[in-house]
Design a protein around this ligand. Structure first.
Ligand SMILES: CC(C)(COP(=O)(O)OP(=O)(O)OC[C@H]1O[C@@H](n2cnc3c(N)ncnc32)[C@H](O)[C@@H]1OP(=O)(O)O)[C@@H](O)C(=O)NCCC(=O)NCCS
Length: 167
């Protein structure tokens, strides 16, 4: 099967975000939004689909049929000087590497905007997301309050040059 396409979100994706939410299992929806709603409220879909590509950014993965199947986003808080990140992958696409690719792309894009500090709020038992963050970022701080783990993150340092390089 062809791979999904990864691209910046567009305002026209609003209805696809609503459709994506409707396809999520209650568990996945809860892990992303910390609440389960019958549907994504229309004003949320509009706000989530409309970003400024600078302080607010989202990257989507689109399946060959045109369905949006995953979204990674950040929202920069100028006062805190950090960007909150959030990620969701449709259930039947999880565990195939998509979340990792989207997270790396989002971090690379943020770096082009000078954003290098991130905050993620993750349910304390969401092992898959906590592992993904540990693989793709440096965890600078973490604490758990009322079941929600807050992590302060930075990009990974550049890979070390291989030992015994050119002399
Ligand atoms: C958390 C989440 C975003 C991760 O996305 P994902 O696409 O499933 O993540 P990946 O596939 O990149 O990595 C997940 C696992 O698949 C494994 N994997 C990656 N590529 C793989 C492949 N080609 N074949 C087999 N396994 C693979 C990874 O090693 C990883 O293993 P682990 O769970 O044991 O650590 C996704 O599961 C999700 O949407 N969860 C619900 C929402 C949520 O929790 N959001 C976070 C709150 S902001």
């Amino acid at each position: 099967m062809p791979d999904p396409t990864i691209r910046p979100i567009r305002p026209e994706d609003e209805s696809e975000l609503t459709a994506l939410y409707a396809r999520l299992s209650p568990e996945t929806a809860y892990q992303r939004f910390f609440t389960v709603m019958a549907r994504l409220p229309p004003d949320w879909a509009r706000i989530l689909a409309n970003v400024d590509y600078d302080k607010r950014m989202a990257i989507v993965a689109v399946a060959p049929g045109g369905q949006v199947i995953a979204v990674a986003r950040y929202d920069h808080d100028d006062q805190a000087k950090e960007a909150e990140i959030a990620l969701v992958v449709q259930d039947d696409w999880q565990g195939k590497g998509l979340g990792t690719i989207l997270m790396k792309d989002l971090l690379a894009y943020a770096a082009t905007k000078g954003i290098r500090r991130f905050r993620a709020y993750v349910l304390g038992d969401n092992r898959r997301m906590l592992d993904l963050l540990a693989r793709t970022t440096q965890i600078l701080e973490r604490y758990t309050e009322r079941g929600i783990t807050s992590l302060l993150l930075a990009p990974l340092p550049p890979a070390e040059a291989p030992a015994g390089g050119a002399r």
